[in-house]
Design a protein around this ligand. Structure first.
Ligand SMILES: Nc1nc2c(c(=O)[nH]1)N[C@H]1C(S)=C(S)[C@@H](COP(=O)(O)OP(=O)(O)OC[C@H]3O[C@@H](n4cnc5c(=O)[nH]c(N)nc54)[C@H](O)[C@@H]3O)O[C@H]1N2
Ligand SMILES: Nc1nc2c(c(=O)[nH]1)N[C@H]1C(S)=C(S)[C@@H](COP(=O)(O)OP(=O)(O)OC[C@H]3O[C@@H](n4cnc5c(=O)[nH]c(N)nc54)[C@H](O)[C@@H]3O)O[C@H]1N2
Ligand SMILES: [Mo]
Length: 701
């Protein structure tokens, strides 16, 4: 019998990953099998290009080690200690339902059940849809999701009123681009394409980063700031701009609040003073300030890298004041961008249904201090349901996280695509679909389009989308609330049902036809040329009553790191080096870290260390080293070079613990301390020392 292959067809999708680019995808499918994942050429932002990792997405969907069926753990918790027994969905959900219902009925009540999720997928249905409804309805502990961006989000909200800024599509017309605590070649590739275009047209590209990242290598200027001191640098720029009368008095008068107080505040931040804090010569700071004020249009791309410090909120707050001071917002290619997320006016309450809390106020658990929460919360967390996240790998202070997850009395569900580091501690494992197998709706935090992801292939094995898992779990638990059973298309229609002006014209039908739709804003968009910021005053707030009401300084300020030679000289005697662990190009946080594409290329973790720090420690290129402090230690192979500034070492991350030679990663040394704003994690506010160590038995080379 001959089998006639059907014609290949293209299905329109969206990249689900936690990245500002949210690419429009085209999936080629033939006979029910996806054969290619490509970027949509017709989508202006994606422009037919996608990153290496997502172009290899089929390696993920069709991976041999993908888990396609529910499993129950037999034996101990932890890597290598237990084994997996395949069970049916009915058995798996039956067991979870029984445990959850028993906890709800116990003296501890539903708060003893805790969700744990982050951004494994950013599709709204599977990221924050049926899961939110389910846990709100139960009255489970609330979860504060602070692993990534919440400090910066508050900083920009205080200043500009929300996650809004210049349209990144316009940066190609900028004449000066400041890339500040951001590494777009790795983590915002399509922005970088536009910066390159600007550079070709003669723009200067200044990169402010303690590390000579791939982006810093390619910029025109690199300012290797001391980690966690960016607010001081921004305040010194304002000192020069105001001191030399380079500010835009007309824009300031019409569209800002608190200029006089700001001028008073920045008087203390002379470049000469700040040079000693941030490690950049005074003249360089002054010149940057002058160039920034005099060059129009000027764009600043600030990203989340610089806000993973104790003063991360203050840093973003100070930097986002700059464009209003020089009137950069007048031009579509001017302004600042952290996130475009709040340009969207979707009907989030209709999707997430916080009303299902029905007046209850459960306690809040913070993703960034899950170690302490698992060990100390009262009443204890009895059950943890993990999805879209790999906390044993990504959460700070691993020693405590691992101890918490190891609790024999804790009932843990992990819903993922692979047996991650976290899955090693699961009692029940539930298999998730990949993006090719589900319907979802996407916004972006790095452009201005809404996208629809249409399923290209059938779910593999018995994998299910998160939304369907929660519907089935609700049924197994005997719940009857109708909102827990609505289907995915209904959820999308409810989310798009918005009266917000920027959502007008965006419909399920329109998205289905085109794959994406631009928000209802002009093609050449200058959002704040005439003010209209979403702050209480409608102006850019140099002075902020909102901040004051939150118990924060109403004016921009410099909040030093907790762990630095400057602010903790005693600790710095024992642990003199700052360590930062920013993303790796072929990884997406810990996603893709188990794929051969990455493991073959990287082989093992590395630490970039400056010769001035390496030689007194007797460390040579290629030595295995241990990076340690009082919280823990992890291993890496030294690369002695001048990429990291002296006093700062860089461990590009995030490795799965069990795939490293010594079973650890950079979160062994990070702390659960929260930042100045947004109760955010402080992954890069860390002092350590580094020493040469014996080759681990499991070393790959
Ligand atoms: N390929 C890839 N892309 C990604 C990710 C990934 O893991 N891999 N992760 C995604 C996610 S979740 C996020 S949040 C974004 C993150 O993307 P970015 O916000 O660009 O974040 P990072 O790469 O963490 O940090 C950017 C740069 O900030 C620098 N930095 C660290 N501390 C400081 C500081 O105190 N001051 C200054 N000026 N710079 C500092 C780091 O050295 C780094 O080069 O990227 C997303 N995109
Ligand atoms: N040391 C250090 N730690 C860090 C950072 C750092 O720079 N340094 N970065 C921090 C940042 S910025 C972030 S955003 C966090 C990221 O933390 P997480 O959001 O936890 O990110 P990932 O590690 O990518 O884990 C996501 C998991 O979700 C799974 N997943 C994907 N799609 C689905 C789905 O549809 N359903 C289900 N159920 N699961 C799915 C993936 O397979 C993956 O295992 O890590 C933080 N941790
Ligand atoms: Mo992130």
């Amino acid at each position: 019998m001959s089998v006639v292959a059907s014609e290949p067809r293209i299905v329109k999708g969206a990249c689900p990953h936690d990245c500002p680019d949210t690419c429009a995808l085209e999936i080629t499918v033939q006979d029910g099998v996806a054969t290619k994942v490509a970027g949509a050429k017709a989508h202006a932002w994606t422009d037919g290009a996608i990153c290496t990792k997502v172009s290899r997405y089929l390696d993920r969907t069709y991976a041999k080690d993908r888990v396609l069926y529910p499993h129950r753990r037999v034996g101990g918790k932890g890597p290598g200690k237990g084994s997996w027994q395949r069970v049916s969905w009915d058995e798996a959900l039956g067991e979870i339902a029984e445990r959850f219902n028993a906890i709800r009925a116990s003296a501890d009540g539903p708060e003893a059940i805790c969700p744990y999720s982050y951004a494994g997928t950013m599709g709204l249905l599977n990221f924050a849809g049926m899961d939110r409804r389910f846990f709100f309805h139960l009255g489970a502990s609330l979860l504060e999701r602070t692993l990534c961006s919440s400090a910066g989000k508050v900083g920009v909200k205080i200043t500009l009123g929300g996650g809004v800024g210049m349209d990144p599509e316009r940066v190609e017309d900028s004449r000066l681009v400041i890339i500040w605590g951001s590494n777009p070649i790795t983590s915002n590739l399509h922005y970088w394409s536009r910066v390159q275009e600007a550079k070709r047209k003669g723009a200067r590209v200044v990169v402010i980063d303690p590390y000579r990242s791939l982006t810093a290598e390619k910029g025109t200027d690199h300012l290797p700031v001391i980690p966690g001191t960016d607010a001081a640098l921004a305040l010194a720029m304002m000192h020069v701009i105001i001191g030399e009368g380079l500010h835009d008095t007309d824009y300031i008068a019409r569209h800002t609040v608190g200029f006089d107080q700001l001028a008073e505040r920045v008087r203390d931040y002379s470049p000469a003073h700040v040079a000693g804090i941030c490690g950049i010569p005074a003249e360089t700071i002054a010149q940057l300030a002058r160039d920034y004020a005099r060059t129009q249009p000027a764009a600043i791309r600030v990203n989340y890298g610089l806000q993973r410090h104790f003063g991360g909120g203050a840093a973003v707050r100070a930097i986002t004041c700059l464009p209003a001071l020089v009137g950069a917002w007048r031009n579509p290619a001017g302004g600042v961008l952290l996130s475009t997320g709040d340009f969207y006016g979707m009907n989030t309450p209709a999707l997430e249904r916080p009303d299902l809390l029905a007046g209850r106020k459960p306690r809040t658990i913070n993703t960034s201090s899950i170690g302490d929460a698992l060990l100390e919360a009262d009443p204890p967390i009895r059950a943890l349901y993990v999805y879209n996240s790999n906390p044993v790998c990504v959460a700070p202070d691993s020693e405590k996280v691992v101890r918490g997850f190891s609790r024999p009395d804790l009932f843990t569900v992990v819903n993922d695509v692979f047996y991650t580091d976290t899955a090693d501690y699961a009692d029940v494992f539930l298999p998730a679909t990949t993006q090719l197998e589900c319907l979802d709706l996407h916004k972006s935090y790095g452009h201005l389009y809404v996208l629809l992801n249409q399923p290209a292939i059938a779910p593999q094995g018995e994998a299910l989308p998160n939304s369907e898992v929660f519907r089935r779990l609700a049924k197994a638990m005997g719940l009857t609330e109708p909102a827990l059973f609505e289907d995915d298309e209904t959820l999308i229609r409810q989310t798009l049902n918005s009266t917000h002006p920027r959502m007008q014209g965006i419909t399920f039908e329109g998205l289905k036809e085109h794959g994406w739709q631009r928000l209802n804003v002009p093609e050449i968009y200058t959002p704040f040329a005439e003010g209209g910021f979403p702050t209480p005053s409608g102006k850019c707030e140099f002075y902020s009553e909102t901040a004051k009401g939150m118990g924060l300084d109403p004016l921009p300020t410099f909040t030093p790191p907790i762990e630095s030679a400057y602010s903790a000289p005693e600790r710095a005697k024992t642990y003199p080096l700052a360590v930062i662990s920013p993303p790796q190009r072929h990884l997406l946080n810990s996603t893709f870290a188990n794929l051969p594409l990455f493991l073959d290329a990287e082989k093992e973790p590395h630490l970039d260390i400056h010769p001035a720090d390496a030689s007194p420690r007797g460390i040579a290129e290629g030595d295995w080293v241990t990076i340690f402090n009082d919280r823990g230690r992890f291993g890496a192979r030294a690369r002695v070079n001048d990429k990291a500034r002296p006093g700062c070492v860089v461990a590009v991350s995030l490795w799965w613990r069990k795939l490293t030679p010594d079973g650890t990663n950079a979160n062994q040394v990070t702390s659960q301390r929260l930042a100045d704003m947004g109760n955010a994690a402080t992954f890069y506010d860390v002092l350590v020392d580094v020493a040469k160590a014996a080759e681990p038995a499991g070393a790959r080379v």
